[in-house]
Design a protein around this ligand. Structure first.
Ligand code: NDP
Ligand code: BG6
Length: 513
């Protein structure tokens, strides 16, 4: 019967462990990986997950025996899924002639099972189909929960009790949001842990899969010149900036329940901050890295309302085109106070960072799309060339910019003599521009993260204690904003955001880069 098919908690054998068990590589050849995209009919699955899986297949990164299943309530045949998926696959990595062929091969490995997210019977049907494809091999199974958060636990319960692997590993990728405050996040974690062990849960923050975010550690720990400067002694402030030049179009319903602080700051920007500020980990092992990140988060002061500015975009007409305000979205209540912009000053109370403001800024419907880390260094003490900068010494400040996107780059602003007989100084940049330096296209964050999940590499996924520490910083502020019904500052669609963000920065003697 359905009830006796599986016995509750799953065994969590990593790929490393299963290889260790066998002792022979041949076991690896005999194993198969099945990836089930739960919520396959949705936006994220079409936009990111299937294209990333195809890119991995194209690059020969997927195991020899793999199968992909789409699972959702929508009725679809295997062929209909393939048609849907094929529309979003691209040959962006390499435009060799065999791309079309590769697509055909990939699509032949894609299948579909329709079912409810809370039906164990439907997951038993999925299990049967998975077994057919696995053909008696050691079956490793990865479930990607690409569904709204209110049905995460139902889907995990059914997948774990009725469709987990009998002899290999079973892992589950969970998409954000991981709750909306400390309590709901803890409830989600407890719910997941009824059916999964922590090392089976892969909480995705796709910013950790971005090339320049992953490179942060390399930059810091493999270059002698940066690490000695990486502290309050030389760094004056750090800025973490996210901006998008479009609004919440189409996602207003989701967004209004979360707002920009939960959507971007508490996860993407805070994760970057932790990687930026952590101490040197003992090794590159996932647990060592995540231990250091947790220490940074736990050394931070919870956010104070005084150190936060919130904004919401309003409509704007430019060049004869009217861009709608946030509350004009039909899925958003007319009187919504949900912030679509926020700026905040954060502090890490440890020996390395005491007193250094970490300024975060995140907004939708701004003038550009970008994600950057800006590090402003202190003035040169007793600067011999101070007089060349007139009254504004800030103009001589060194600044390191890590442009995460678009057009990835790392550049350092320095002072340089303008060539010639006189003594004129110029602000110049040492520029590592990725497009000019590296011919190969940068993989999408989802490719890296999916591959890591298949390989059992947890370094770029969020551990539950990291999540708890992150929520502990933001929950009191979020509650206060909601209880006091703090009004956002309104800013026009396509502008640079509310002026309050500049006053906040000025309070800490900072100018946004
Ligand atoms: P969708 O709203 O497109 O939902 C995915 C699928 O889930 C739908 O195709 C639908 O499939 C099913 N579904 C939707 N609503 C419900 C419901 N109320 N009850 C039961 N099933 C439902 O989500 P996305 O694809 O946009 O996102 C998936 C997950 O990823 C979410 O957790 C989201 O927060 C997260 N995420 C999304 C991003 C994006 O860019 N879209 C970015 C970052 C995270 P069917 O009806 O066929 O069952
Ligand atoms: C998601 C947010 O996590 O990240 C979205 O929910 C945001 O609101 C998106 O648009 C940005 O991701 P990227 O990779 O396009 O910068």
């Amino acid at each position: 019967s359905v009830e006796t098919l599986k016995d509750g908690i799953l065994s969590a054998t990593s790929s490393k462990e299963s290889n260790d068990l066998s002792g022979f590589d041949v076991r690896k050849d005999e194993s198969t990986v099945s990836i089930t995209v739960v919520g396959a009919s949705g936006d994220l699955a079409k936009k990111k997950i299937f294209p990333a899986l195809f890119a991995l297949y194209y690059e020969d990164c997927l195991p020899k025996h793999f199968t992909i299943f789409g699972y959702a309530r929508s009725k679809m045949t295997d062929d209909e899924l393939r048609t849907m998926v094929s529309k979003t696959l691209t040959c962006r990595i390499d435009k060799r002639e065999n791309c079309g062929e590769k697509m055909e091969e990939f699509l032949k490995r894609c299948f579909y099972q329709s079912g409810q997210y809370d039906s164990r019977e439907n997951f038993v049907e999925l299990d049967k189909k998975l077994r057919q494809r696995e053909a008696g091999r050691i079956a490793n199974r990865l479930f990607y929960l690409s569904i709204p958060p209110n049905i995460f636990i139902d889907a995990v319960r059914c997948a774990s009790l009725s469709a987990s692997s009998a002899n290999g590993w079973t892992r589950v990728i969970v998409e954000k949001p991981f709750g909306r405050d400390s309590e709901s996040s803890a409830a989600l974690t407890n719910g997941l842990k009824q059916y999964l062990k922590e090392d089976q849960i892969f909480r995705i923050d796709h910013y950790l899969g971005k090339e320049l975010v992953e490179n942060l550690s390399v930059l810091r720990f493999s270059n002698l010149i940066f690490e000695p400067l990486w502290s309050r002694q030389y760094i004056r402030n750090v800025q973490l900036i996210f901006s998008e030049d479009f609004g919440t179009e189409g996602r207003g319903g989701y967004f209004d329940h979360y707002g920009i602080i939960r959507d971007i700051m508490q996860n993407h920007l805070l994760q970057i901050l932790a990687l930026f500020a952590m101490e040197t980990p003992v090794s590159l092992d996932a647990e060592d890295i995540r231990n250091e990140k947790v220490k940074v988060l736990r050394s931070m002061r919870p956010l104070q309302l005084d150190d936060v500015v919130i904004g919401q975009y309003k409509s704007q007409t430019r060049g004869g085109v009217t861009y709608p305000g946030y509350t004009e979205d039909k899925t958003v209540p007319k009187d919504s106070l949900t912030p679509t912009f926020a700026a905040a000053a954060l502090f890490i109370d440890n020996a390395r960072w005491d007193g250094v403001p970490f300024l975060m800024k995140a907004g939708k419907a701004l003038h550009n799309r970008s994600a950057e880390i800006r590090v402003q260094f202190r003035h040169v003490p007793g600067n011999l060339y101070a007089r060349n900068f007139g009254s504004n010494l800030d103009q001589s400040m060194n600044e390191l910019v890590i442009r995460v996107q678009p057009d990835e780059a790392i550049y350092l602003k320095i002072n340089n003599k303008v060539p010639g007989l006189g003594m004129r100084l110029d602000r110049s940049t040492l520029n590592l521009h990725y497009a000019a330096r590296y011919a190969k296209e940068i993989p999408d964050a989802y490719e890296r993260l999916l591959l890591d999940a298949v390989e059992g590499e947890r370094r770029l996924f969020i551990r539950s204690d990291e999540l708890d520490a992150a929520w502990a910083l933001f929950t009191p502020l979020l509650k206060e904003l909601e209880q006091k019904k703090v009004n956002p500052e309104y800013y026009p669609y396509g502008s640079r955001g509310p002026v309050g963000a500049h006053y906040l920065a000025a309070r800490y003697n900072v100018r946004w880069g």
